[in-house]
Design a protein around this ligand. Structure first.
Ligand SMILES: O=P(O)(O)OC[C@H]1O[C@](O)(CO)[C@@H](O)[C@@H]1O
Length: 348
């Protein structure tokens, strides 16, 4: 069977993104990233829509963890209800691969010149690019459909902005990023090795719950969005800690969950949650670099490479993209076609 373009995009990401990372570390781009340090601000707001919103979660958590006040807000909320949270000493980091999403265009129109805007986009001719005080180009080939490489490259540029603000941008940082990007291929390999079990996981599935904490909250939200968008299938992402506070009650043998659980602050809590859900009859895909192997039939362990926790969103999205394609193909969809929306959402 001919490979669909979405799957080709997914499988080629390590090459495409490695190229982009080299570009991000070229002299001109490092100069731009370093210029951010000279702006005067005491708090940061990341904003965007859909995957361009969730791509910023890791960078924002990283800033907060290192003492810089930061928030991630949907551009729609920031525009209509939270606009007054932008003060003169706020640095706005607006992300939009098209640079043309409706909310982003209206938001940047509203923001006065006294507020500095860093624009992260794949379209240097877009309204976002024109407004940005500092423009960072994603520099990847645009996708025809659901975001793949633009999502991962947006995560990376947001993290690089955070590294710059924290004055942690150096050759060592570059190596960490390159290694995280190389881990994309291992994630794909692990999915291919487990393909039959993943297909079996999908038998009788009605909806998928994605659970994560900390740096990967955005992985859960973006993963759910991609499953909804590509496979037209119910999926929702949530904070794994919240799951015990009520949602746990939905678990029975029809439950299917993905738990994002890299080594780090809360890995043990995530693994414990996976085991509990499994003992209540639910089935889990556990994304983890842990050594522990799971005997339980209800847990499929996709073994990921080890990496510093804040960089794991760069490749932990891969198994979700892979599974997404399996769902779409299983449903017999023309993978990547939109039914009601389109690639650029110009209407609020
Ligand atoms: O980055 P942009 O162009 O603002 O658009 C984000 C879009 O990407 C998507 O994540 C598509 O995969 C949509 O959620 C959203 O409309």
């Amino acid at each position: 069977m001919k490979m669909n373009e979405y799957l080709r995009d997914v499988l080629n990401q390590s090459k495409d993104i490695a190229k982009a990372v080299n570009y991000y570390f070229n002299e001109e781009n490092i100069e731009k990233l370093t210029r951010i340090q000279n702006l005067i601000f005491d708090n940061v707001i990341f904003t965007g829509m859909g995957s361009s919103h969730y791509c910023a979660c890791s960078a924002s958590t990283y800033l907060n963890n290192n003492g810089v006040k930061s928030r991630v807000i949907s551009a729609g909320e920031l525009l209509h209800y939270e606009y007054n949270s932008i003060g003169k000493s706020t640095l706005v980091i607006a992300i939009s691969q098209s640079g043309e999403s409706a909310e982003i265009v209206r938001l940047i129109d509203r923001i006065g010149k006294n507020v500095k805007v860093v624009g992260i986009t794949n379209n240097e001719k877009s309204p976002l690019a024109n407004r940005a005080d500092i423009l960072l180009n994603l520099n990847v080939k645009p996708e025809k459909s659901v975001s793949t490489r633009t999502y991962i490259s947006s995560i990376i540029l947001c993290l690089l902005v955070s590294c710059s603000i924290l004055k942690k941008l150096n050759d060592e940082t570059r190596d960490y990023f390159i290694r995280a990007v190389e881990s994309i291929d291992n994630a794909i390999k692990m999915c291919e090795e487990n393909k039959d079990r993943l297909l079996e996981f999908l038998d009788g599935v009605n909806y998928i719950t994605l659970l994560a904490r900390g740096y990967n909250i955005g992985t859960a939200y973006a993963g759910a969005l991609f499953i909804q968008e590509l496979s037209k299938f119910p999926a929702y992402g949530m904070d794994a800690a919240e799951f015990r506070h009520g949602p746990l009650e939905i678990v029975d043998d029809s439950f299917r969950g993905i738990i994002v659980s890299p080594s780090g602050l809360t890995c043990d809590l995530n693994v414990k949650l996976a085991k509990d859900i499994s003992s209540y009859g639910g089935r889990i895909i556990l994304l983890s670099d842990g050594e522990e192997s799971f005997e339980e039939d209800n847990i499929i362990n996709i073994k990921m490479d080890f990496c510093d926790e804040h960089l794991t969103p760069i490749f932990y999205i891969l198994p979700i993209q892979y599974l997404d394609n399996l769902i779409a193909e299983k449903k017999g969809l023309k993978v990547g076609e939109f039914r009601w929306g389109e690639k650029v959402t110009r209407e609020e």
